[in-house]
Design a protein around this ligand. Structure first.
Ligand SMILES: Cc1cc2nc3c(=O)[nH]c(=O)nc-3n(C[C@H](O)[C@H](O)[C@H](O)COP(=O)(O)OP(=O)(O)OC[C@H]3O[C@@H](n4cnc5c(N)ncnc54)[C@H](O)[C@@H]3O)c2cc1C
Length: 300
């Protein structure tokens, strides 16, 4: 595609929203933990919920394709050219405390969330320590570990639904395993009120050390974390391991020898990872009769 065609959408959006932070020719490869994916025409970063609402109603009215991206820690972007807009949330960083409830903008990351809690002596967010996420992506994916997921701490969510600002109660978020209404209905989360409980800072630090230690054995390298959801109480990683698939390689993508639910990208391509995912699904279904569901999200 020629340079002027490539920047056409960027120019159109920045003319309509002169104050908006926008970047032409956005690289998914540079903004995802798996380090793969092609180029999008433009990425936009609204700085308020109101700006996000105006932007999404403009996209709807003008029929501009868009997708949402947080820290890019659980996504597999395709490697083609995306003639659309990537909506990012990293400028939404407003925070405030209401007793033991903490409001955080969707762009706050896990480390900042835990330290905000600790500085206010509010405990409850330590199980999230070390999980790569923005709060928006974490809530949308209902991220967490066995002890706690976002569904256990969410009080309410501020979001933009089809250009309109809405508030969702915890019940309305309709959380499921690695899923929520926000993913199912493509609703943008812009801020979240979370509940914790008072605890001495020393105790919070001890909890942080405990959860950090537990994660220290996870595979290193470029990955998306777990690729598959655990099928009703069974570990997807164990199933993959029992099918003898640890270490299986497809081009530059490899199933981790340490944790079979992790695919490591060693200079591979989108195609290598996608083929390896299909191969794992087929092998596990053939050996066990269980059909694995992807936890990762394909974007755009
Ligand atoms: C090394 C590693 C370890 C991991 N460990 C864990 C773990 O222990 N537990 C766990 O649950 N996960 C884990 N993950 C996966 C990942 O951290 C979580 O799924 C996290 O929630 C992703 O957040 P994100 O901001 O990166 O979202 P992204 O990956 O950017 O996006 C995920 C999905 O959410 C959508 N989205 C993003 N932001 C918003 C928003 N503001 N509003 C609406 N939709 C949005 C995206 O469109 C996409 O569909 C791990 C990943 C890695 C790489």
């Amino acid at each position: 595609m020629k340079e002027n065609e490539n920047t056409r959408l960027y120019k159109r959006i920045t003319e309509a929203f002169p104050a908006l932070q926008a970047e032409a020719n956005f690289s998914f490869r540079s903004h995802t933990t798996i380090g793969l994916g092609g180029i999008a025409s433009v990425a936009v970063s609204p700085s308020t919920t109101d700006e996000c609402a105006k932007l999404l109603s403009y996209f709807k009215r003008e029929r501009i394709a868009y997708c949402f991206l947080g820290a890019g820690a659980n996504v597999l972007p395709s490697d083609g050219y995306f003639d659309g807009a990537v909506v990012r949330f990293q400028r939404l960083k407003c925070t405030y405390l209401e007793g033991t409830q903490l409001y955080v903008g969707a762009g706050i990351n896990g480390t900042a969330l835990c330290s905000l809690g600790k500085s206010a002596s509010v405990s409850g967010f330590e199980p999230f320590i070390g999980i790569p996420f923005t709060v928006g992506g974490g809530v949308a994916m209902n991220a967490g570990i066995a002890q706690s997921h976002f569904e256990d701490v969410v009080v309410r969510v501020t979001a933009v639904d089809g250009g309109k600002i809405r508030t969702f109660s915890a019940k309305e978020c309709a959380f499921q395993e690695k899923d929520s209404v926000f993913l199912r209905e493509k609703i943008a989360i812009t801020g979240v009120l979370l509940k914790g409980k008072y605890a001495p800072r020393k105790r919070i630090s001890e909890n942080e050390c405990f959860y950090r230690m537990r994660r220290s054995g996870l595979p290193k390298g470029r990955s998306m974390g777990c690729v598959f959801v655990n099928p009703s109480g069974i570990s997807a990683g164990r199933l993959i391991e029992e099918c003898g698939l640890k270490g299986t390689r497809m081009g530059g993508a490899r199933i981790s020898e340490i944790h079979a639910n992790f695919i490591i990208n060693e200079c591979g391509t989108f195609q290598d990872v996608a083929l390896l995912i299909d191969y794992v699904k087929r092998e596990v279904a053939n050996h066990t009769g269980i059909v694995l569901r992807e936890e990762i999200r394909r974007i755009p």
